[in-house]
Design a protein around this ligand. Sequence first.
Ligand code: PLP
Ligand code: ZN
Length: 413
Amino acid sequence: MGQMVGYRCSLCGKEYAPNSVTYTCPADGGNLDVMLDYELIWKQSYLHSLATEAEPSLWRYLHLLPVDDPGGEGTPLRQAGWTPIYQPPALSVSLGIENLWVKDEGRNPTASFKDRASAVVVARARQIKAGVVVTASTGNAGAALAGMAAAVGQKAVILAPRTAPPAKITQLLIYGAKVILVDGNYDAAFDLALEAAQEFGWYCRNTGYNPFTLEGKKTAAFEIWESLVLPMGDRSKPLCVFVSVGDGNIISGLHKGFKDLYNLGWMEQMPRLFGVQTSGSAAVANAFFAGTEKIQPVKADTLADSISVDLPRDGVRAVRAARETNGAYVVVDDADILKAMADFGRVGIFAEPAGATAYAGLKHAVANGLIQADDPVLVMNTGNGLKDIKAAMQAMTGAPVIEPSLQALKSVV
Ligand SMILES: *Cc1c(COP(=O)(O)O)cnc(C)c1O
Ligand SMILES: [Zn+2]
């Protein structure tokens, strides 16, 4: 069971008791951080039990989460997280980075990082006996909520832009959620989900609004720590983590996870967080470069639909994640993303555009001297390429079509 003692507003610092608020700070709309009882977690000496923990999912960190065990054994809800970490030699060589890892979030049950958030929100929904959970989504958050909810018979309503990639919309439908496509962008769907939750009494999962999404996403930091940071030891240079940024909830979640470990005294050196945005959707990066936390909305336009956001809903914490960890923001173009998809593909990793964006950002950072050869680097691939094959085809030249004869084959091989 999670050792939650309350919430703290990320803007004004005001603290709230666990049951006195649900979403954002009533005073200023700031994102709320869940506060844990570190002393209690420490007393339970959970660190020592982790070494022998057999649970191959994010639920191995239940003691560090603010929810009760959701049950659902034998279902996909129990399979979120604990994703593989690859070490592709060809990418290390081509970038000249000695230690390079890729964590493949495309291996989650609904094939994106969002399963982490949705699994924990569904656990919360069960705990507070919510009848219906609603979310706005560019596709992945909705697919994740629909899938995790279906696993345990929770009702879900998803509002997505009608322009979302067909594979993502298909996922929503096949998982049996109530799917409503909005003739507008993600931001419009976001606002409508808030209104609907208010009107119908639904529990709202919206990213950068519901504090529990961040708590789910922080589990990726725990896995990175357990698999890489602990074994490397503190004599190593700090791990540099590259991740793409839309609303900014993933990078903020990674930051929260690392801060939890740091506050527990289980990790002495914070990893450095590098956020990657596209030039067509760079509201958080713009604020980072301007040296401010004030997020100015943009008119988002990028092929990486999962990070196409006008007004990032977790922008302030996303700026801080890089700033407070001695990281940075990097901006890449859609063309760089297509190249990065091909780079990943050639080492057996199929990423959707927003997943490959992180790798495009690393290439940019290496070229600009932000990252040195002996910096240990981990790149998050946040989503599977099958979610958007139209984009993937743009990254490739098509295959030749031939007559079924050896002669015709000889002319093309
Ligand atoms: C949601 C998403 C992101 C960005 O996460 P934010 O919390 O919006 O910054 C990146 N990649 C993929 C594949 C996503 O689905
Ligand atoms: Zn506040």
